[in-house]
Unconditional design. Sequence first.
Length: 155
Amino acid sequence: MAELDDIEKGLWTGAESADKALLRQYELYVHQAEEISARRHSASMVFLTASLSFIVIAVFFGDQLYGTHAAAFYLAGGLTQLLWFLLARSYRNLNSAKFQVIGLMEKRLPTSPFWAAEWKALGEGKDRRKYIPVSAIEHTAPMGFTLLFILLAFS
């Protein structure tokens, strides 16, 4: 992984860091990753709520929507799904980068709970029986709602 080697070269200042300073930086970085995951979850819940609201309105009041009102309604629903998908992808990429850096930092710590242990125990996201990455679910949901909007728009 030449890319990770390049990232690792930029990570270290060249000065020998004190163990306490490295551990503190690691703790802060892991905390940032956790905060991003929490924001990611909150954003997904907002989009899920909005999507479900669109579906409920379409099911109960869809026959009252006509012409440009219906087109605007379904377009707004579709744009909501696009925004959800793009935001989920952005959070996935940000978290992936953070976890790569966390793994590199763990190389200098006495243990590597995430990089060498947990991620491997989960099959590195390749074995769906062990772990289904959250991003796979986050990308499936907007696509499913988009299909529902299309079906409802043309029914």
